[in-house]
Design a protein around this ligand. Structure first.
Ligand code: ZN
Ligand code: ZN
Length: 480
């Protein structure tokens, strides 16, 4: 996808609802308004559908004096005011009767030029525009900073991530490279082109993350962003793919080893390592325009940031981890687990907050300074249970391989339509595999889509990040 492209992202359930309204079988024209969060990065602009408002026939979507149908002035004013109040973008959607290709009519274009500049003023400069749907196509024109921009594609985010274009020829061309011959045979060179067009983020490049990084790179994903603040230590060596004895000696960052592994797997990959912690805002911001994010980090703060990025920017997330529980008294191993969760930004999608995996007390303990932590320990309060946990590389393989296979099925469209992306837990000492259902709270501030939630809010609300200590800020030239 070209830089500075315009992409609209919509959840599968919303897309289906809109499609049902637009194409009820009457071959007529219908309308919907999409209220969207905005994400702007150096990859371009993403509009994230937060709410799809169906326009009632003959009330909100009425006969037009100039064209055929239009939204009623009352309906437009109501939702434009709503956008202005919440800092959201406004997209008017209607349909044409076509199938695989769709374009705006001259009437459509004239009405955009007439209406949108003043509407943009009303919604405080946020993007405003129109989409037109065919049965299996979508075109869009959006006024961004006073200039109309064409939508490159619309991405439907669900168990099968589907890209919709205005025209079959606009789909990315397949690659003709012998290297991926065996993969072509599985998902076609169109599937390979999809992988090539993706940007994937990794939080945590320890044991689990290093495996994910290698596999994703070998699959031919075009762009990756590994994030980790740690260097390779001697005790990491048995678990980190591609780590060398010399990396320990030279105190090489884990993300640099990840980049070396990625380049060996695919010399054409664009790997941008970040040797820093995702809990800082400028680091987390680099993940906002990813197409998928893998979390293999071990702090509660990184879980919290990951969960918010997934929901706020409508990005499928994959959380992998391994856990060995040890009896505190005897030191005996009580359970050996490999855990895996898909975190989708939809209802019951596996929100980590709803599933109780970002407990406030643990977050608080984690943010205490080391001295305070020692004091807490002295007082007998349960401190962090991470750091020196037992682990071996093969535990990470189980959850990691399932995560990358799910990623692959999702993006190449190979998932069965009825698949349920529940969490999984392998208990290795009993050789049992458990499926874990998802909980979702109706008023969750992350995933619920209620007024206060961050769902699809994009850049409009801040991520739950830490303030970087002053001495760690990059030095700037001081004023003389
Ligand atoms: Zn039209
Ligand atoms: Zn939630």
């Amino acid at each position: 996808m070209a830089q500075n492209s315009l992409i609209v992202r919509i959840l599968e359930a919303d897309y289906r609802r809109v499609l049902q309204h637009l194409f009820p079988g009457d071959n007529d024209e219908h309308g919907t308004i999409l209220i969207c969060g905005v994400c702007r990065s150096d990859r371009g602009t993403r509009l994230l559908v937060r709410r799809a408002v169906i326009a009632a026939e003959a009330v909100d979507f009425v006969e037009s004096r100039r064209g055929y149908r239009e939204f009623s002035a009352r309906f437009v004013a109501k939702w434009a005011t709503y956008c202005a109040r919440h800092g959201l973008a406004y997209l008017a959607v209607h349909n044409h009767g076509s199938d695989e290709r769709v374009d705006f009519s001259r009437n459509d274009l004239e009405s955009h030029a007439r209406a949108y500049p003043s509407l943009q003023g009303l919604i405080k400069g946020k993007p405003v525009g129109a989409l037109v749907f065919g049965r299996r196509s979508a075109a869009g024109r959006v006024l961004i900073d006073g200039k109309f921009q064409e939508m490159a594609k619309m991405t439907v985010v669900g168990s099968r991530v589907l890209d919709l274009y205005s025209h079959p020829a606009k789909r990315p061309k397949g690659l003709d490279d012998g290297m991926y011959d065996r993969q072509f045979r599985l998902f076609g060179n169109a599937g390979q082109a999809i992988l090539q067009g993706l940007k994937v983020g990794f939080i945590g490049l320890g044991g689990g993350g290093s495996l994910l990084n290698e596999w994703i790179s070998r699959l031919g994903v075009g762009q990756t962003v590994p994030v980790d603040p740690d260097i390779i230590k001697k005790h990491n060596r048995p678990r980190i793919v591609g780590s060398l004895i010399s990396d320990v000696r030279t105190k090489r960052p884990k993300v640099e080893v990840a980049k070396r592994v990625a380049k060996q797997a695919n010399p054409g990959i664009n790997c941008e390592p970040i040797f820093d912690d995702v809990v800082f805002e400028d680091v987390a911001a680099r993940l906002r325009d990813c197409d998928a994010i893998f979390l293999a980090g071990d702090t509660y703060a990184s879980r919290q940031v990951f969960n918010r990025v997934v929901h706020q920017y409508l990005i499928p997330g994959f959380h992998v981890g391994a856990r060995v529980a040890v009896d505190e008294e005897t030191g005996a191993v009580t359970s050996v687990r490999s855990e895996y969760r898909v975190v989708m930004p939809n209802a019951k999608g596996g929100c980590l907050d709803c599933c109780g995996l970002v407990p406030q007390e643990k977050l608080r303990l984690e943010t205490l300074s080391d001295d305070q932590k020692r004091a807490q320990d002295y007082l007998g309060v349960e401190a962090l249970d991470e750091l020196a946990e037992p682990s071996v590389i093969t535990l990470n393989v189980l959850s990691g391989a399932q995560a990358v296979n799910d990623f692959l099925m999702m993006f190449t469209g190979l998932f069965d339509g009825s698949v349920k992306l529940y969490s999984q837990r392998h208990e290795l000492t009993t050789r049992r595999l458990y499926t874990v259902g998802h909980i979702s709270r109706s008023k969750c501030p992350v995933c619920s889509g209620t007024e206060v939630s961050a769902l699809a809010m994009g850049d409009e609300v801040r991520l739950p990040c830490k303030i970087r200590p002053i001495q760690e800020r990059p030095l700037r030239a001081r004023a003389r």
